[in-house]
Each structure stands twice: as structure tokens, then as C-alpha cells.
Design a protein around this ligand. Structure first.
Ligand code: MN
Length: 257
């Protein structure tokens, strides 16, 4: 009886037996946006412009215009974002079927590794160890790499940029292929990209974008509060804006715990 299941969920949300954890950063001008080398086009940060605030421009109402890239703030990456996913069916935010926006999450705790090495690279060995402790990653689950990045990164240098590029954590190509073999729905992180800061040196370049999007899978970036999720068992709702042929979009990502 589906109604009984939904009624139970509503009751559990009301009683607090099921908690809602907000995985979303506040969209604000000073939140770091990914920066590409200067020869490439750049993503806009979040900019808000007041239309009126109970004044001559609109005596009884307050509202704003805003601009942002599809990849600003806590956001969703669709397969069409990468050249490897450009010809796949249902590859843009407006054509992905909405059932894909609700999925269980596996949270791999990489906090010790990232604290010791901000450029930590996630490998299949770490994922195998996760499965030994918590069981097999189920088909259709998000795999989140928890680093507590927000706590360890310098807010003025969120990507940890150095002369030789960014030094932030991310997976190697083998770890990405491992996740695809598990048929995850996608890979999520707290940093500004699903790939490591140094992934432009990897073979292939940006292996997470390359393989994940080529396999029709998604990305979530700039998440927060992953420390409030259990290793398994949370259900994540992360629905991008329905932008026509959009490559991604800011999301309000929440988890039911
Ligand atoms: Mn993105």
C-alpha cells in the first residue's frame, strides 16, 4: 500500500524519527566559484540585484534578479556537461527523468586522508575498504566523498590554488571506473569539482567528468554537512532547475536521515 508508506514517512518527518539534513551552501556572492585557466570561458559567481524592497520601485513587495552559472554554488552536473556525454539520451537537466533525483547515498569518509593531504586521491582500495565495513554499494546510489573540505580549506583559497594549479581531493580514473561498475547514480563532493584539483594532469584529463558523464551519470559539487550523514542509509533529494538543455544547475540538496 503506497499510501501507507508515504503516511509513515510524513509521520516520521513530523516526529523527528526521520531528520532532514541540508547539504546545500547558501548562494551568495562570496561563495567560491570554479576558476579555469584564463584562455577559457569562466563561470559567473552568484550576483543578486534588488528589483524593489517595499519602496518606490515596488511599494508592497521585495524581490531580486540574480545571475549565476549553471555550475555556481551547490550544484548538479548533467552528462551533457562533458563532451563524452553530449550524445547520450536524457543527458540534460530538463530531460533526465525526475526519479533519478531521489537516491540513497553511500558516504565514504576521507576526512583523515584529506586533512593530511589536501590533494588526496581516492582510489579503488579505499572504496573496497568502505564495502568491507559497510556492505556493497547498491546500484543507483550516490557515492559521496566526505572530506569536511569546508572546515579544512582556506575560504580565501577554497580551491587551494598554487602555482601548479589546484590541490583539492578527488578520484583517480580507476576509482571512477569502480563506481561506474557499481552503477552509481553519480559522485558527489564538497569541493568545487568532482575531479581533483590536479586532474588536468591525469590520463585521461578530468577522469570523473570524462567517465561518469560518458556513462550517463551525474555529479554534485560544493555540498556541505556530509558529516551529518551515516555511511549508508540516507536518501538524497537533489533536483536541478529544469533549464532547457541545461548542463547543470544550482540545487537545494537535502538528505533524509
Ligand atoms: Mn559542475
Amino acid at each position: 500500500m503506497p499510501n501507507a508508506i508515504l503516511a509513515e514517512l510524513v509521520a516520521a518527518l513530523g516526529s523527528g524519527a526521520v531528520r532532514v539534513v541540508d547539504l546545500t551552501e547558501t548562494l551568495r556572492p562570496d561563495y567560491p566559484t570554479i576558476t579555469l585557466p584564463p584562455e577559457f570561458g569562466q563561470a559567473s559567481p552568484f550576483v543578486k540585484k534588488e528589483i524593489s524592497r517595499y519602496d518606490a520601485r515596488g511599494p508592497a513587495w521585495y524581490w531580486n534578479n540574480f545571475t549565476a552559472s549553471e555550475h555556481t554554488g551547490t550544484h548538479f552536473d548533467a552528462p551533457i556537461h562533458w563532451i563524452t556525454g553530449r550524445d547520450l539520451p536524457e543527458n540534460a537537466v530538463d530531460t533526465i527523468r525526475p526519479t533519478r533525483f531521489i537516491a540513497p547515498a553511500c558516504v565514504v569518509d576521507c576526512t583523515k586522508e584529506a586533512a593530511a593531504d589536501k590533494g588526496y586521491i581516492l582510489t579503488p582500495e579505499k572504496l573496497e575498504a568502505f564495502e568491507r565495513d559497510h556492505g556493497r554499494v547498491p546500484e543507483g546510489a550516490w557515492l559521496f566523498m566526505r572530506t569536511d573540505w569546508r572546515k579544512i580549506a582556506d575560504p580565501k583559497n577554497y580551491a587551494n590554488m598554487k602555482e601548479d594549479g589546484g590541490h583539492s581531493p578527488g578520484p583517480d580514473a580507476a576509482a571512477v571506473k569502480w563506481m561506474i561498475a557499481r552503477d552509481v547514480v553519480g559522485f558527489g563532493v564538497e569541493t568545487v569539482g568532482t575531479d581533483a584539483g590536479q586532474a588536468f594532469r591525469f590520463e585521461p584529463q578530468y577522469p570523473c567528468h570524462h567517465f561518469m558523464h560518458g556513462a550517463g551519470k551525474y555529479g554534485l559539487q560544493c555540498m556541505t554537512n556530509l558529516d551529518q550523514l551515516p555511511p549508508t542509509g540516507a536518501v538524497v533529494i537533489a533536483a536541478p532547475l529544469k533549464i532547457e538543455q541545461g548542463s547543470g544547475s544550482p540545487v537545494r540538496a537535502i538528505a533524509l536521515v
